[in-house]
Structure formats: C-alpha cells, structure tokens
Design a binder for this molecule. Sequence first.
Ligand SMILES: Cc1cc2nc3c(=O)[nH]c(=O)nc-3n(C[C@H](O)[C@H](O)[C@H](O)COP(=O)(O)OP(=O)(O)OC[C@H]3O[C@@H](n4cnc5c(N)ncnc54)[C@H](O)[C@@H]3O)c2cc1C
Length: 415
Amino acid sequence: MLDFDVIIVGGGPAGSSAAIHLAASGARVLVAEQKRFPREKLCGEFISPECLEHFARLGVLERMTLAGGAQVSQTVFYAPSGRGLTVPSAWFGGGARGALGLSRAEMDARLLARARDVGVRVVEDASLAGVIVEGGRVAGVRLHASGEGVCEYRSRVTIDATGRQRAVARHAARELNAGEESDGRRVEGSNRHVEKSRTRAALVAFKAHLEDARGAARTCEIYFYPGGYGGLSPVEGGLSNLCFIARARDVRERSSDAERVMREVLMRNRRAARTLESARARTRWLGVSIESFGRHAPAPGLLAVGDAASFIDPFTGSGMLMALESGELAARAVARWLSESRRARAPFDAHARDYSDAYAERFHARLRLCSALRRAAFAPPQLAELAVMALNMSERVRRRLARATRRSALPSIQH
Ligand SMILES: Cc1cc2nc3c(=O)[nH]c(=O)nc-3n(C[C@H](O)[C@H](O)[C@H](O)COP(=O)(O)OP(=O)(O)OC[C@H]3O[C@@H](n4cnc5c(N)ncnc54)[C@H](O)[C@@H]3O)c2cc1C
C-alpha cells in the first residue's frame, strides 16, 4: 500500500494541470493513466488562445510552441449553403498570439512529461480496478498496472480526471451504493450520478488527420449540416484535423464507415464539399459515441475535473481550456486544504464545497450558453442560415458571443 496526498486518475490536460499545480505547492501526487503516451485522441485539436496562458503557468509554453503546431488566427462558421461567419481567435481572449493547432498526441505527452519533471509520480498503462471506500468516502484507488497485477494506493484526496468515462465516479457510485445497501441504506439524490442534459438522439464523433484538404490558411473552418457539425483545423506536419459529429442513425445507415459519413453527410455543407473534395485520410479514423453533455455530481471524498466534471459542446473549442482551468481550480482548493490540515484538523468537505462553488461561478454560465448554441446547431438548416446572416450584421454581437463562451483567465495560484 502506497500513500499520497493526492491521486489523480487520468493523464489528459485536466489531470496534468491539477498534478503540476499541486506538485508546485509541495503535495505528493500520483497520476494513473490507462494509456502509454504519446497516444492519439479524438478531438478537434483547436487549442484556444487562452490555453497558452495556462501553458505558461504550467511551465510548458515553450515546449508547446516549439512542437511544430499551426497558428490559427480565425474560425469561420459555415452554414449549409456555404455562407460564412468569421470570428478572429483574438476575440476569445489570450492576446494576439492566436490559437494553436497541435495534435493531442503531442500536447498531452508534453503536459504529462512536465508533471513528471516537477516530481509527480506518473504510472502509465495503469487502469482503474476499483476505489477504496472508508467511512462512506473515497480514500484511494486500486490500480491494475501492466505486469504488476492490482495494487492499492491510498490518498487524502482523489481526483477523477478520466474524461467522459468518469471511471472513478462510476466505481465510487457502485461501491458506495453497495456499502449503503449492506447497511440497509442507499445513496440517492446528490450521490447518484445524474446526467443533467441528454441529447435527444445519440451522436457519433469521428476524427482523422487529412492531407490535401483545401481549407483557408491559418483558419479553423466549422461546417454545419443536417444532424451535425464538424471542424477542419490545421495541425503539425502540414496536415489538417477533421473532426465531426453526426447522428447515430446517419452513421448506422452508412455501416459506420467514417469516410462515407464524411462524403454523404458532412459534405452536404457546400463549403465542406469544396475544401474536402480531394482530401485523403493520412491516419486511421477514430470514432466515439457521445451520449450526454453537461455537469455531473461528484461522490463524497472525490473531486472531478475536466470532462469528468462536465462535458461542454465541442464546437465552441473550449473543452481543453475548461480542463486546464478546472485542474488549476481543484489544485488550488486541495493545496489550501492540505496546508490548513497540516496545522489543524480541517474538514475536507468545506474545501470540496469551495471548489464546487468556484466551479459553478466560473463555468455554469458558459455551459448554459454552449448548450443553447448546441441546440441552435441542431436546428433545421434554414435556421442556421438565418443565424449566420443575422450575426454577420453585427460585429459587436459576434464579439460578445465569442467572449461569452469563455470567461476571464484564472489568476495564478498563490503558493
Ligand atoms: C468531437 C470532439 C471534438 C473536440 N474538439 C475540441 C477542440 O477542438 N478544442 C477543445 O478545446 N476541446 C475539444 N474537445 C473537448 C476536449 O477533447 C475535452 O474537453 C478534453 O479532452 C478534456 O480533457 P480531460 O483531461 O478532462 O479528459 P481527456 O482528455 O479525455 O483525458 C482523460 C484521460 O483519462 C484516461 N482514462 C480514462 N479512463 C481511465 C481509467 N479507467 N483509468 C486510467 N486512466 C483513464 C484516458 O486515457 C485519458 O488520457 C472535443 C471533444 C470532442 C468529443
């Protein structure tokens, strides 16, 4: 049995952000990641400009900017007719540097390497076998590491950073419910993991890196089409990332063939039909189904960061930003508790509530707005045309809408 101040399960941007900030505050941190990095990841790979401020605070800005990624100075949203609406990257915030197009294989590996450099114990190829529950609270994890069998790791705080899988929260809910049932009680309400918002039909997302796509230079292009939307964004090596979402039934009707879905569904958007006409996939297609968006309730003794806390609609290109921000926010709450509890017996629940309140203040308005934008994106195509025409009439409204999908940067942690 090994003891840590904090165990973080999941080594994506949320987990690495929390780990690096916590290690900088002097905490003993373990990150357990089920994959070996670098690994591919289904994502639009549009790194919003404000992320670069986080990279600077995390000590990885130079590693990221030297990774060969593409500068992305604007996003153009295309209605099905091909009519476009331009949003400069600088409107999102983060200064004039613009956004970055870099594969998740490169970005996530750099963040996790930084965590190692600042003293975090990182275990890759380690998947979660279960959680340790004591006194109705999560008190650590059981990890299945390759070649080592199952080991127990105990921690004062456990953080779920497993993305949309919410693996720790699911294990915790099962074990807490089993414990409560054997006591004749059952965890209901806030301890159950409620999916706050469900899309009417399940969606499927695909991603590949393409060559010979003819998108405009330094531009992320977003295409709307019946039943979905997709983005084409430059990444390293002169390639473009194509990542798109379609209705599950449209995908099933095409035998789940991503290339066919691209040609027959996404390319119904006239602009996409032009830019992707001679494009070819240079990597394999990744696919994943998307069942829900929105916020999830955490279990006692557990904090959740990134997508494990809430999943924001991808086309706003702000999921990684929220992952980095929430990782820092959680690290701040935990670091404060660790330092107070060294002096006196401070209860963790009050700090968990502080994190939850700070999270709500920082993200809830954003999540609500993005949920409304998602509904608009799935509205009949004529509405998308009207919205693009209306927003083209006012730069002020466009600018305010772009800003409203984010909020001001988080001030750095005081150590
Ligand atoms: C279609 C699509 C397009 C997107 N495009 C963009 C975009 O262009 N820009 C943007 O900012 N955001 C985008 N996002 C959102 C972005 O990908 C996420 O918000 C971001 O990855 C969240 O980071 P995270 O660290 O919370 O989770 P993740 O990045 O999912 O990382 C979780 C990590 O946990 C590990 N893990 C999972 N289960 C276990 C387990 N049981 N044990 C151990 N480890 C485990 C995984 O291997 C993974 O490495 C997109 C999302 C989708 C679905």
